[in-house]
Design a protein around this ligand. Structure first.
Ligand code: SF4
Length: 721
């Protein structure tokens, strides 16, 4: 047994649960990862990714020196370069001067609308704060976004419309205080495994009743009192029919509605049409289950709702989320411990990146860019001349790529994201990436997007830098530098400060005092001056007290485990009348199956980290899950090569015949470039949140030749650790 030189406490770099972990280090090598038993987040537990998946930082393909493309890339002819022969290693000075020159040249020639940036939900709060500041303060654009647009944007919009706050209202571990909880559009055993453990304990140990509403028969169904297997995209009818039953049977909370809500009459009138019979016809859920679920939720002492991407990733995602919020307002199941509305955030720091203003409509702290007083406030903080900041909302991720061209976006900076895996309709994304005039990638590996870049800036991993992440239940936690950076890689915040100083010199602006940070703790000092919810957060407090849950108004404030005890940020909670809108694509004879996409336990997002880790061996190839009935109709057996075709593209992968998916629905994880699920999805957007519909493209499946799977591993039973 090795004796470590040191053990460093930090936070997992994968999902939004934000598990605390300890890195055991010998000779500057992380040889073991453990979890502290006294962590309020994970109580000594880690899932397979946290425990065994962090070795990606030692992968030989990691880039540790700045790179420039040997052959200049022209718009429309830009190609991907995975081969290092196509790049040349350069010094940091040469790389950053080149980036600054090209960005300033394009900004000078074409103005702020030609500039755009993808921030990163895997990077720290401090990294994201600086990158959005760089683009807003120096290039005067709000074309700033990140992958929250592709996951919970509709939840954010709906929650802001209804209550004025978009975060989870509860602490995740509070689930054991629920008598009843609804889980919908979420597969926590694969996506939030440690929260799934707490949910299982809530049911088995503390006697909570669980209602699962989902088109897939996920593992949590085994723990459920009720399972409502709805057809994809029929959330509004099902949850509105529950509201219909609660209204009809007088199970609503009159006192709460009178004292804390508005627009009840209009909402109640709009629910009349959603009878359980109508909902059954649209959703396929038997009416008696809808009635039973409504009674169970409404009559509970403490009830809460948990959801993930199955709700927002839809062309009517905002309405889906509103249908859940309406239920909480109707029953008063919000504002007390063990009650609330909980969108489970995906990436480790997607909550923090959103808090830091890595979005096109908001400065840090969700302060709207089109409100004059907000703009003036940030101009003072950033030493920008009065009127200098752009008051127009910027473009979202999908809109940025659609706008690429001579009259739109010309230069894109990507920090840690991989739109070539995560955007919908990837053939369209590929075309747009190729049309860029200039592209910078800042990452650990040359992924599918970085391969299009002119310049590659090697960043460090989470274990090689200091900072903070904010997890799904608003807990700001310290990330600590445990080992030195590999090669010449640098922390994102250091790269950005160095670059910003070069850009402002070229622009002739004088703000250099604002880029001279010697440690991320100083960046947090600036953040807390501008974002009231982070007002009481200092590194010294985080080191002394552990994580702090926002809002933390001042240095004496203890943090906020659950929200809305007295009031909502917008004052009264607002009910929203709803109508049923079908999915943008509906099954027909040519495309009879509905494709849902998502994650699996062993992998994370575009796979940049987990596909360079040992855990890749546990789930080494893309699979399409198909129900035994559909498989038998199509003559497909488990392990067969199949072709999945949508209106946009085809991919070939192996079939996994399983009852985990329901009849008429197939599921493909989106981590695999060999058969990228997002080649099949479409880019129709929710009109309010601008989020694409990842959960409901229609497809057909046919048998393929086994040779078409060339290079893929032989089929094997799926392992679990
Ligand atoms: Fe990391 Fe999430 Fe697994 Fe926890 S549950 S170890 S945060 S991936």
């Amino acid at each position: 047994m090795l004796t470590p030189d040191r053990i460093v406490s930090t936070v997992c770099p994968f999902c939004g649960v934000g598990c605390n972990m300890q890195l055991h280090i010998k000779d500057n090598f992380i040889y073991h990862v453990s979890a502290p038993f006294d962590s309020p987040v994970n109580h000594g537990n880690l899932c397979v990714k946290g425990r065994f998946g962090t070795d990606f930082l030692y992968h030989p393909k990691r880039i540790t020196r700045p790179l420039l493309r040997r052959k200049p890339q022209k718009p429309g002819e830009r190609t991907q370069a995975f081969d290092l022969e196509e790049w040349r290693e350069v010094s940091w000075d040469e790389a950053l001067d080149f980036v600054a020159d090209r960005l300033v040249e394009i900004y000078r020639n074409y103005g702020p609308d030609a500039m755009a940036v993808y921030c990163c939900a895997k990077a720290t709060n401090e990294d994201n704060y600086l990158l959005q500041k760089l683009y807003r303060a120096l290039f005067r654009t709000n074309n700033v976004d990140h992958c929250t647009r592709l996951c919970h944007a509709a939840s954010v919009v709906a929650l802001q419309m209804a209550i004025g706050s978009s975060a989870m209202s509860n602490t995740a571990a509070e689930v054991i205080e629920n008598d009843v909880f609804i889980l919908t559009g979420s597969n926590p055993t694969e996506n939030h495994p440690i929260i799934a453990l707490q949910m299982k304990a809530a049911v088995r140990k503390y006697g909570a009743k669980l209602i699962v509403v989902d088109p897939r028969r996920i593992e949590m169904v085994d723990y459920a009192t009720l399972y409502l297997p709805l057809k994809p995209g029929t959330d509004v009818p099902v949850f509105s029919a529950m509201a219909h039953v609660i209204l009809k049977e007088g199970l609503y909370n009159r006192e709460f509605i009178e004292q804390r809500t508005e627009n009840f009459e209009a909402f109640a009138a709009s629910m009349e049409k959603f009878t359980p019979e109508v909902a059954e016809e649209i959703s396929g859920v038997p009416r008696h289950l809808i009635i039973e679920a409504a009674r169970m939720y409404a009559t509970a002492r403490n009830a809460a709702i948990y959801w993930a991407l199955g709700i927002p990733e839809s062309t009517h995602g905002t309405a889906n989320a509103l249908s859940l919020i309406n239920l909480a307002l109707l029953t008063g199941h919000i504002g007390r411990r063990g009650t609330g509305l909980n969108p489970l955030r995906g990436q480790n720091n997607v909550q923090g990146a959103s808090d830091m203003g890595a979005m096109p409509w908001h400065y840090p702290g969700y302060q709207r860019v089109d409100h004059e007083e907000n703009a003036q406030r940030w101009e003072r903080l950033w030493n920008v001349e009065p009127g200098g900041l752009n008051r127009r909302r910027g473009l979202t991720t999908t809109e940025i790529l659609s706008a690429v061209g001579p009259h739109g976006v010309r230069a894109l900076y990507i920090m840690g994201e991989n739109p070539m895996m995560s955007e919908p309709d990837l053939n369209h994304t590929r075309q747009k990436m190729s049309e860029l005039e200039f592209l910078v990638a800042q990452d650990l590996f040359i992924n599918e997007s970085g391969a299009f870049a002119d310049v590659f800036l090697p960043a460090v991993s989470w274990a090689e830098k200091d900072g903070t992440f904010t997890n799904t239940d608003r807990r700001v936690q310290r990330v600590r530098r445990a080992i030195p950076p590999r090669g010449q890689s640098r922390a994102d915040w250091e790269i950005l400060c160095d670059l910003a100083k070069r850009i402002e010199r070229k622009l002739g602006r004088r703000q250099s005092a604002y880029w001279d940070y010697s440690h991320p703790a100083e960046i947090m000092e600036e953040i807390r001056r501008g974002v009231p919810e982070y007002g009481g957060i200092t590194y010294e407090r985080l080191d002394r007290e552990g994580g702090l849950q926002t809002p933390v108004w001042d240095e004496k404030h203890p943090g906020t485990p659950y929200l809305f005890a007295e009031t909502f940020p917008r004052g009264r909670g607002k009910f929203h009348p709803l109508d049923y809108v079908p999915n943008a694509e509906m099954p027909d004879e040519e495309y009879p199956l509905v494709l849902s996409t998502g994650r699996v336990l062993e992998h994370w997002h575009g796979g940049t980290m987990t596909r360079h880790s040992w855990v890749d061996d546990l789930y080494p190839e893309p699979l399409v899950e198909i129900h035994p009935h559909d498989a038998s109709t199509l003559g497909i057996e488990d392990g067969d090569a199949v072709r999945v075709t949508s209106r946009r593209a085809s991919i070939v992968l192996r079939a996994r015949v399983t009852e985990k998916t329901n009849r008429g629905v197939v599921f493909i994880p989106f981590h695999f470039h060999e058969a990228a699920a997002n080649l099949l999805t479409h880019d129709q957007l929710d009109p309010l949140a601008k989020i694409p519909e990842y959960k409901a493209a229609v497809v057909r499946i046919t048998k393929a030749r086994p040779e078409e799977l060339a290079g893929r591993p032989a089929p094997q039973p799926r392992g679990r650790i």
